[in-house]
Design a binder for this molecule. Structure first.
Ligand SMILES: Nc1nc2c(c(=O)[nH]1)N[C@H]1C(S)=C(S)[C@@H](COP(=O)(O)O)O[C@H]1N2
Ligand SMILES: [Mo]
Length: 205
């Protein structure tokens, strides 16, 4: 899981980041240098030989990959900023995984939305528009290491242009649907889309 960061001295990188930080923070957010864990329940554990990822529902071709098959898909190494609705943001996080473009093009979706289903029963809804054209991944690596279980390992969604609750941890199944249906947090009053630049925190924002 090589994540190339290039050679930049600490001091230079620090100053450059500081200069650009303000414009990269959506309204109401602050910078967190740690990586908080936010889970609605206990961390589920699944053996890798039992893991699979399925794409189903309103698709032309249902898909199922085992862990080994999934790792054999073409990989990308996105470097992105992430923003949690509880107001922490983290800049320049590096990940490794498979683009949703790669995953969805094999399924040929007919519906316009998807529901991500996870081990532990968490769900979240996304429009296909928000997860295609290089905007979303299913990642299994973080900062050059396998993704830690508390952060969603073995694999989680990464949809960095939306609030981080959309980045479902322990994702196992993508269900394509015709109508946009609220997931776990959306049913509890959070916004159906969750664009941090528009501060779409709660329904009605
Ligand atoms: N399966 C699952 N995914 C989840 C959550 C969860 O409770 N369960 N919490 C969401 C929320 S609210 C946030 S902010 C991020 C937190 O990710 P982290 O724990 O890696 O920081 O995961 C999101 N994905
Ligand atoms: Mo969150």
């Amino acid at each position: 899981m090589a994540v190339s960061t290039g050679f930049i001295s600490r001091g230079f990188k620090g100053r450059r980041a500081a200069a650009g930080d303000a414009s990269r923070l959506p309204p109401g957010q602050y910078l967190d240098r740690g990586f908080p864990v936010l889970s609605a329940g206990p961390t589920p554990r699944v053996a890798l030989d039992m893991w699979d990822l399925q794409v189903e529902g309103r698709v032309a071709y249902k898909q199922r990959w085992t862990w080994e098959q999934f790792l054999a898909l073409p990989r990308e190494q996105p470097r992105v900023d992430i923003h949690c609705v509880t107001k922490w943001s983290k800049l320049d996080t590096t990940w490794e995984g498979i683009s949703l473009d790669t995953i969805l093009e094999r399924a040929a979706p007919i519906g316009e939305y998807l529901i991500a289903h996870c081990d532990g029963d968490y769900t979240t809804n996304l429009s296909l528009e928000d997860v295609t054209d290089g905007k979303a991944w299913i990642v299994f690596g973080y900062e050059g290491e396998p993704l830690a279980p508390e952060h969603g390992g073995p694999a989680r969604l990464l949809v960095p242009h939306l609030y981080f609750w959309k980045s479902a941890k322990w994702v196992r199944r993508l269900e394509v649907v015709d109508e946009n249906e609220p997931g776990f947090w959306e049913s509890a009053g959070y916004h159906m889309r969750g664009d941090p630049w528009k501060e779409e925190r709660y329904s009605g924002d």
